[in-house]
Design a protein around this ligand. Structure first.
Ligand code: IPD
Length: 265
């Protein structure tokens, strides 16, 4: 089943690569920052149809809808958590930094993760307990200290009420590290930590489809993964996300300056 999931992620990537007139195909969802395109829906339908054929009894949670609105089902039985195009704004504006993300879950635990970045043909995969891979080669998180770290900070664009804390945390990370990045795709932020390009990633609010596969891959690559207050990432609601090598993760968790914002974690 896992090799078929990989094939489907790559095929879905082809739909993204062949997309035309993308800006015209976009519309607003919950706010001016939250957009969807006809391609998000097309990729999601393609994935659900094919994954359902593969695993007919699975529950589906996708960014553009779910198979029943009963997120409790994520914690018993089989489920897929998918983001058809993570980095939708990047996709619409032609930044070429977006990803297809598929997590396969059994009884609330991710057991397989697959993220495909079509623009650079990078396929990240991980199976529970078997490590993480990029295009078939084993990857591991970095070992850099915070002074030498590059830190990705997501801006939680759909919750502007968190912007003060977000940009304060970004400032603290910037002053403590080598530099910061904001790539516009949580999946890319997570897989960048997994392969050691960056050393830490944090964001105050993500949905399960944003983190399910990428955070799992990062954990299989040896990174520390949790909400900002150290809990397991839930699959049935939004949460903060903190993923990094152990040195940078511990730095964040113990920073007095960062902890001032813990009410939002
Ligand atoms: C968004 C991206 C972005 C992150 C947002 C996500 P979407 O996902 O991953 O980087 O900052 O929090 O919602 O909407 O492009 O799939």
């Amino acid at each position: 089943m896992f090799s078929k999931i990989q094939e489907l992620a790559v095929e879905a990537g082809r739909i993204i690569l062949e997309a035309t007139s993308i800006e015209e195909a976009a519309s607003e969802k919950s706010s001016n920052s939250d957009i969807v395109t006809e391609y998000d829906v097309r990729v999601q339908n393609f994935l659900i149809e094919n994954l359902m054929a593969l695993c007919p009894d699975a529950y589906f949670l996708g960014e553009e809808n779910s198979s029943g609105g009963d997120e409790g089902k994520l914690y018993s039985g089989k489920a897929f958590v998918i983001d058809p195009i993570d980095g939708t704004t990047n996709f619409v504006r032609g930044f070429k930094k977006s990803s297809v993300s598929i997590a396969y879950v059994e009884d609330g635990e991710v057991v397989y993760g697959c993220c495909y970045m079509p623009y650079c043909d990078e396929l990240f995969t991980a199976q529970k307990g078997k490590g993480a891979y990029l295009n078939g080669k084993r990857i591991t998180a970095s070992d850099r200290s915070i002074e030498h770290a590059v830190v990705a900070v997501g801006t939680t664009p759909y919750e502007k009420n968190k912007s003060r804390a977000t940009f304060e945390i970004m400032r603290i990370m910037f002053e403590s590290s080598m530099d910061v990045r904001r790539f516009g795709s949580a999946v890319i932020d997570l897989t960048d930590v997994a392969c050691g390009r960056t050393d830490l990633y944090c964001e105050l609010g993500l949905s399960p489809w944003d983190h399910a596969a990428g955070a799992f891959i990062a954990r299989e690559a040896g990174a520390m993964v949790s909400t900002m207050n150290g809990s397991e990432l839930p699959l049935d609601r939004r949460c903060s996300v903190l993923v990094g090598n152990s040195k940078c993760y511990e730095f964040f968790r113990n920073s007095e300056q960062v902890l001032k914002y813990k009410d939002l974690f």
